[in-house]
Ligand binder design. Structure first.
Ligand code: FMN
Length: 230
């Protein structure tokens, strides 16, 4: 459990293997209330969260997997990311390193093992075994600022979870099947699905328990300005 913001930031990771132990609804509500303290443009709070457990989560998982296996992928409603071959540097290289780190190094799945990669990817739709699956949506009127606000809410929720000894994984993979989510959750037309979020207790014994990602040094992304240019 993280008792400082620093520790929550340092111990948050995308958890992709959960124990089935339930998280009480009161606890989920408390975490959502904490996340709702996030800043938003003019305090508009454009987010909505759908929380799925038990039979509702199982039914959604079954439909998502069916859609996935039948290739019913839908285009993102807000251009979440470029197509596979369209990433520019340095993001292309960082994505490749991330993929190698997760699939080859942590999971032991070789690059050519399409079936192995697919089997892991499908676990997204079961929220990696987490007892709680969430779906975050935001108003599309206006959309761009709301997406910024959604990111803050997401981070707030993930850090609040660490404060409770819980782990999370943000899941954009769910938006590939937003028509399924819309149908199950009755998402209104003026909202877009931002991502899914798995929430629960990490299975630290799983081989992914030790998987960590790296970061660029501050010098790679921060520019300090202390003088006015001549
Ligand atoms: C908006 C968003 C969507 C993501 N979608 C997925 C996803 O669908 N599946 C997944 O396994 N990880 C997903 N991730 C996790 C990223 O891969 C992860 O944050 C990144 O590799 C850094 O690793 P870390 O979170 O463990 O620090 C997502 C992260 C974010 C912020």
């Amino acid at each position: 459990m993280s008792t400082t913001v620093e520790d929550a930031l340092l111990t948050r990771r995308s958890c992709r293997a959960f124990r089935p132990d339930p998280v009480p609804r009161t606890e989920v509500e408390r975490l959502l209330a904490l996340a709702s303290r996030s800043a938003s443009n003019s305090n508009c709070q454009p987010w909505r969260v759908h929380v799925l457990t038990g039979a509702a989560k199982r039914a959604l998982t079954a439909d998502l997997l069916r859609a996935h296996d039948e290739g019913r992928r839908a285009a993102s409603e807000f251009g979440y990311q470029p197509g596979a071959g369209e990433w520019r540097e340095p993001f292309r290289s960082r994505r490749r390193r991330f993929g190698e780190g997760l699939y080859r190094d942590a999971l032991g799945i070789e690059p050519g093992d399409t079936a192995g990669r697919l089997a892991h990817h499908r676990r997204n739709y079961d929220f990696f075994g987490a007892p709680v699956g969430m779906v975050l949506t935001v108003s599309r009127l206006p959309l761009r600022g709301a997406l910024v606000d959604a990111g803050l809410f997401l981070q707030g929720l993930m850090l609040a979870a660490r404060g409770a000894g819980l782990h999370t994984c943000a899941q954009a993979s769910l938006i590939d099947f937003h028509p399924v989510l819309r149908r199950h959750l009755d998402v209104p037309a003026d909202h877009v699905v931002v991502c899914g979020i798995a929430l629960g207790y990490a299975d630290e014994d799983h081989r992914l328990g030790a998987h960590r990602t790296t970061r660029e040094p501050v010098s790679a992304f921060a520019t300090f300005h202390d003088r006015v240019a001549d």
